[in-house]
Design a protein around this ligand. Structure first.
Ligand code: FUB
Length: 323
């Protein structure tokens, strides 16, 4: 399987990719060597800004770096850790969604606006009301409604919330209880707030039962992504501590979704994160690994390869370490 490192000159991770104005635009996290020691809560991912990249030939063409489009010092409510972002177009404006820790070290989701897909983006002064956790992934359905999927366990703080309220005593469910789900909320017409209370994204097993918290090979951990293929909704995500990218299929943006299988086996590096995009009739898996940095998991590099479906719409599994 041919794979391509897209940005060899810098460390970029957590790709969110969309086709705008006929070009492929990439919205990654921007890794750097902060010197902060690695811990179980992701302190070593201390990203400070975002760049945007574009290209017209995914596997061969030049990649344009549009430069820094948002810096943490531009956003009054942000203290640190600008993690995985995403972008959506509506009525000729572009909305960048990003997570960061506020001045009390709680992750919130913010939004910043631009007239172009390549920024610069002007942030709203406050985070989205009622937002929490990390990894916003934005999906615009064919009817024009826009949804944001979000959440991540451990350092992403999702285990601190139940029914959209912070728990007094945060914790993880027992192994035989339903797994902590990702969340989804429709966005308001102006794209700047949740239009509804976030809902759980439930993933069912082959018997129609929610995946359990102990099912580490299949349950959601972080890195939500949504795409549509042949009228079905494909929700994909990382299993975190077991390092798989998996997917589940549903009939609508809210689910429930039925678990289907593995998209990408573990890569070099602890985190795995992706997006799936169609461009000029081909499907691509954008993802990252830590091969170029010699395995330093906080210094990740963007990669891309083609993604294929079988006749039933199942995604063919890609090896994460085959090159
Ligand atoms: O980049 C920081 C975090 O690592 C992301 O938010 C997660 O999805 C994981 O890739």
């Amino acid at each position: 399987m041919k794979k391509r490192y897209l940005i060899p000159g810098d460390y970029m991770a957590d790709p969110s990719v969309h086709v705008f104005e006929g070009k492929v635009y990439i919205y990654p996290s921007h890794d750097w060597e902060s010197g902060i020691p690695e811990d179980d809560w992701g302190a070593h991912f201390d990203m400070r800004d975002y760049h945007v990249f574009s290209l017209e030939d995914v596997m061969e063409g030049d990649v344009t770096d549009h430069g820094m489009v948002l810096d943490k010092t531009d956003v009054p409510w942000v203290k640190r850790q600008m993690w995985d972002c995403d972008c959506c177009e509506k009525d000729g404006k572009y909305y960048l969604y990003f997570p960061a820790k506020d001045h009390t070290d709680i992750f919130r989701l913010g939004v910043a606006v631009s007239d172009t897909p390549y920024g610069p983006f002007v942030p709203e002064p406050d985070p989205i009301r009622g937002s929490y956790s990390i990894d916003p992934a934005v999906f615009k359905d064919d009817d024009g409604q826009v949804y944001v999927y979000f959440g991540g366990l451990m350092g992403g703080q999702l285990q601190r919330y139940k029914d959209n309220s912070a728990l007094e005593c945060a914790g993880f469910p027992a192994d035989d209880e339903p797994a902590i789900p990702s969340r989804v909320a429709r966005l308001t017409e102006d794209m700047k707030q949740f239009a509804e209370e976030p809902r759980p994204v439930v993933i069912l097993d082959e018997n129609g039962k929610p995946l359990t918290a102990g099912d580490h090979d299949r349950r959601f951990f972080e890195a939500s992504w949504m795409h549509k293929y042949n009228g079905k909704y494909y929700f994909s995500y990382s299993t975190g501590d077991t390092h798989f990218l998996c997917y589940a299929i549903g009939d609508n943006p809210y689910g429930p979704f039925v678990y289907q299988g593995v998209i990408l086996t573990p890569v070099v590096g602890w985190t795995t994160h992706h997006c799936i995009v169609e461009y000029k009739g081909k499907w691509y898996l954008f993802h990252h690994d830590s091969v170029p940095s010699g395995g330093r998991t906080w210094l990740r590099s963007l990669k891309v390869c083609e993604l294929h479906y079988d006749a039933e719409g199942k995604i063919e599994t890609i090896e994460g370490k085959d090159d």
